[in-house]
Design a protein around this ligand. Sequence first.
Ligand code: PSU
Ligand code: MN
Length: 302
Amino acid sequence: MSIEIHSEVAQALAHGRPVVALESTLICHGLPRPRNLDLARAVEAAVRAEGAVPATIAVADGRIRVGLDDDDLVRLARAEGVVKCSPRDLAIVLARGALGATTVAGTIRVAAAAGIRVMATGGIGGVHRGGETSLDVSADLHELARSGVAVVCSGAKIILDLPRTLEVLESLGVPVVAFGTGDFPAFYARESGLTVPRIDDVAGLAALLRAQATLGWPSGMVIANPPPADLALPAAELEGWIGAALAEARTQGIAGRDETPWLLAELARRSAGRTVTLNEALVLDNARLAARLAAAWRLPDA
Ligand code: PSU
Ligand code: MN
């Protein structure tokens, strides 16, 4: 079997204890070294502090690994050339015995296979700006339609075309809700101006997961938690940097799977690191909420 579930994760699943899946692309391609390792560790600790077991997913040594030890986190965070793994890449990286970091799409595909129902990340991928001609639409959206995992995130990345991202999620039949707000969060910004259903407490989120599970349909869902107010950035300020960064990406021919990591690094540079501090804080916050949700959703309705 090429999926190897860590013994701690396997035991938690067998006993019905809460487990939260975590991705590794964020560690390897979304944040600068060496802070990426600090965050990978802090996210796992935050999940544990809420009473759940973290299951960071990655590919190493010819296996898809569900749950990593600290030495694996160190290896991933420090290695050069780790492959960003969407579902299409998993078999290739497995066959090569290379190191691979899973995206949201790759992570939920594997989490679903392992029986994990909740995942936390920063921001999902979506329809890229200009995606109506490039057809660059993140595999995250398609995978959300078929892997029944609830993804707790700060909405979709503001570098994307957010209205079209919500349109595609609707076409694919993926429920999208926001936590404590009716405005779909935009990752680094608290608001996108796009309206989605609002849920105000963890019990409400848990009831939603139960309802979806009762239907027996394949799709997962997006649970969008706005980024922390003290660090979130104004959309108008971000738009200036995004416009300039996108123009530069087009000039340099940056596209495909390199586009998102390149734009995130460029926004970090243009914001003098503010987006990195914010990204770390929002991922931690989402991990805590995911852990509380993983603990709550199996309990009967109050
Ligand atoms: N959240 C973050 N940083 C990231 C990502 C999410 O805070 O780097 C990653 C996730 O792995 C997501 C990917 O699946 O960005 C989207 O990449 P693309 O646009 O190439 O599908
Ligand atoms: Mn893409």
